[in-house]
Design a protein around this ligand. Sequence first.
Ligand code: GLN
Length: 451
Amino acid sequence: EALDRIQVLEPKLHSFLHVTAQQALEQAKAVDAKIAAGEKIGLLAGIPVGIKDNMCTKGIPTTCASRILENFVPPYESTVTQKLADAGAVMVGKTNLDEFAMGGSTENSAYQSTANPWDLSRVPGGSSGGSAAAVAAEECVVSLGSDTGGSIRQPASFCGVVGMKPTYGLVSRYGLVAFASSLDQIGPFGRSVEDTAILLNAIAGYDPQDSTSLKVEIPNYAAGLKPDLKARGKLRIGVIKETFGEGLDSVVEQAVTKAIDQLQSLGAEIHIISCPNFRYGVPSYYIIAPSEASANLARYDGVKYGLRVPDADNLLSMYTRTRATGFGAEVKRRIMIGTYALSAGYYDAYYLKAQKVRTLIKQDFERAFKTVDVLVCPTVPTTAFKAGEKNTDPLSMYLLDLMTIPANLAGLPGISVPCGFDDQGLPIGLQLIGKVLGEDQLIKVAYAYEQ
Ligand code: GLN
């Protein structure tokens, strides 16, 4: 059914870069055979999943939506996709993204732009736009994305689905193509909080292959979900005051305010919380992320991976011509910003300063979590914008990340749940941010709200 739907919808949506129909059917048949033989089947047996094309899949192209990895077929499997396969999931394909996950509209893909299933003239958000659109359009049941500054939560908000960025270190990054390693986290998309929670269970857990992986007990996130918040004693929810200022669409403000009232009527105690350093999130992120990216992307030199431009005169011209041809404009912009910010004369003024601001933002959260258990704010200040509207103006695109970036800078979990529609029928997202390893609580609150 998923493959049929993909065939019908892909000419309009372009959510997938590769559809792995053959393998999917084989995997599905293997599950059927197990059932017929009365063998034990996994948590996700037979469930069609989409995987963002920046996660390595052995023998299946992994392009990061970049020309530089056009022919790259990984010789190894990422931990998350291995875990999904072990749980019996059926991968139907690799989903589209902004090149190397840099962007917020999926228009930076070197191959195709993905459309928003709610309005094909609009973007699905990004960078995990393909994964969000595929779930929203029912091309698969759940999918995986990666979130460095909002790339799961923002497209979830634009596409009217649930998307979660886990605590940094909860999900292994082994086999995830690195963008900004201190911020990157893989996470789940689903059409319900419960589906999202089940997928998180399948991918979370310690992995010795990732040096930043946390050694912690993983609870059953989908267990004990209840439609109200009363049973759990006093739950204190903090509304982040600074996210309700200038630049917030009034329809988004209204929907989120209504959602907060609803949380209150479900039994939560509402507090107004100030996070004064949030407004420095975007400027510090757009120093730190490009700095890390400029180092991570140095490996694409025409020697080890993917593209090599032919007929270069010498080694240096091979490097420069390969990189000039292989990387798109946004990726080049980030490499230049990052290289500049890390260079000897500017390191203290930019990179070090941004790292100090990162600490201040973390302290804002620590202070907030002394008073409340969960924080709430809009996921994005607007609903989905028109294709072509912002991709010539990078700064206007960066500014949309102001509410999602702080959780990445502090390593905290965040979830976006649908909370209504604007007057054009476009979905709006509510963001809940939790304490370190507070996934369990976030999922419980999101579930109660969703009911
Ligand atoms: N929009 C942000 C950026 O362009 C976030 C991307 C992400 O989370 N991968 O960097």
